[in-house]
Design a protein around this ligand. Structure first.
Ligand SMILES: [Zn+2]
Length: 404
């Protein structure tokens, strides 16, 4: 018996548990795997065919897959669901603190030793997802005796699989990483329809690996609520940085801005990041890649469209009392080239100090800002940003004294 899609190893019972729905039910859910907003680390494989450009494409598609999980969860209730996504390219693997990764996604060109036609798998209790990146080809039909349906059998070739299809496998595997089992039906006709992509009720149903047909559904959300409650995975308080050394942004070609943000309890501060894309980088349909590195080292990615009339872009960044204190690095890239970097220093309101101190501290602050600017200009001359430490110290001292 071989299952075509993706199966969780180390499942416990084989007895259907819980909730017979109208048409299907869950089997082998294994419950809460995460105690707070998960950090998911994507490791670039060591394979010369997976060059930087290809890796960036993979990472972007995988990010989209997990962002879909996040947005479906956030759309469905009043909770706050957050998935932190970390890119670990080859040159940073040695700097990674693996203990900060709640879920680690590895890409392999070798099939599963005991289940050679699995496209991906998750090993319960380890947080490890594997995705096979060798291209998979249709190799005939097979009868699944436990589900009584015909499924496609897959063989792996020497080429590289399309990353969108791998991202679709990831969406299913991530469901396992959250503690979900498979969603099945006793009705073989129905199970066959689901497999063929007709009204498939859950991302966790057995299904032909076609990303166009797969969806995270309300049934999935309901199960996540049963496992985690309705309010989200929970806030993460992590003192260990994801990487052992501060991330050094690539040299900044064009514009650098420093913004200071002071957050006050119960109020949200919105910073609009906007501007015009340099002419030489503009082309129709281009998406600006925005990376936001938080003080704890976690980097978030977003894609921002550019208006074709004015070549302008704009997006809001919001900060509140739960935002991380310290330096947030925002890097804007188009067509692979950095054209703007913004440093946002976030501090929290502190009790008011007397006015004499205010003046003195303002002077200190002014000096510190000058130090940052000087460092940055030196850095740009050196084509390397070396002032990360100084900027961090600056943010910390301002937080301690409260100066703005
Ligand atoms: Zn599965």
């Amino acid at each position: 018996m071989k299952s075509v899609i993706i199966i969780v190893m180390a499942f416990g019972l084989l007895v259907p548990t819980a909730v017979y729905g109208v048409e299907g039910y869950w089997i082998n859910n294994y419950g809460k795997q995460l105690n707070n907003n998960p950090t998911v680390c994507f490791l670039q494989p060591s394979d010369s065919r997976i060059n930087e450009q290809r890796w960036n494409e993979w990472f972007s598609d995988m990010t989209t897959a997990l962002n879909t999980w996040e947005s479906v969860l956030n759309q469905s209730d009043t909770g706050f669901w957050k998935i932190n996504i970390v890119n670990v390219p080859l040159q940073k693997i040695s700097l990674l603190n693996p203990s900060t990764c709640d879920v680690t996604v590895k890409f392999t060109d070798e099939s599963n030793p005991t289940h050679p036609d699995w496209l991906g798998w998750f090993v319960a209790g380890t947080g490890k997802i594997s995705i096979v990146y060798s291209n998979y080809e249709y190799c005939g039909k097979e009868f699944l005796s436990n589900s009584l349906i015909m499924v496609d059998r897959y063989c792996f070739g020497d080429d590289i699989e399309r990353s969108k299809r791998m991202a679709s496998v990831l969406q299913h595997e991530f469901g396992h990483a959250l503690g979900m089992g498979h969603y099945v039906s006793d009705n073989a006709n129905l199970t066959q329809q689901w497999y063929d992509g007709i009204d498939t009720p859950s991302i966790m149903a057995f299904q032909h690996p076609d990303e166009e047909l797969k969806n995270i559904t309300q049934i999935d959300v309901t199960l996540i609520h049963e496992i985690y409650g309705e309010w989200g995975f929970g806030n993460k308080i992590d003192s260990i940085p994801v990487f052992n050394e501060p991330y050094v942004p690539e040299p900044v070609a064009e514009v650098l801005e420093i913004i200071q943000v002071n957050v006050i309890e119960h109020l949200e501060v919105i910073e609009m990041i906007s501007g015009q894309l340099p002419d030489e980088l503009y082309k129709k349909g281009i998406i600006i890649e925005v990376s936001i590195q938080k003080p704890d080292g976690i980097i978030e990615y977003e894609g921002i469209p550019v208006s074709k009339t004015f070549k302008s872009y704009g997006f809001p960044l919001s900060f509140d009392y739960l935002s991380q204190i310290g330096t947030h690095y925002v890097t804007l890239k188009a067509d692979g080239e950095i054209f703007k970097q913004i440093i946002i220093i976030v501090s929290q309101e502190q009790p008011k100090v007397d006015s004499d101190k205010d003046i003195i501290l303002d002077e200190i602050n002014q000096k510190e800002i000058e130090v940052i600017l000087k460092n940055i200009s030196e850095t740009q001359n050196n084509k390397k940003l070396t002032s990360v430490d100084n900027i961090d110290k600056h943010a910390e001292s301002c937080f301690l004294f409260w100066c703005w």
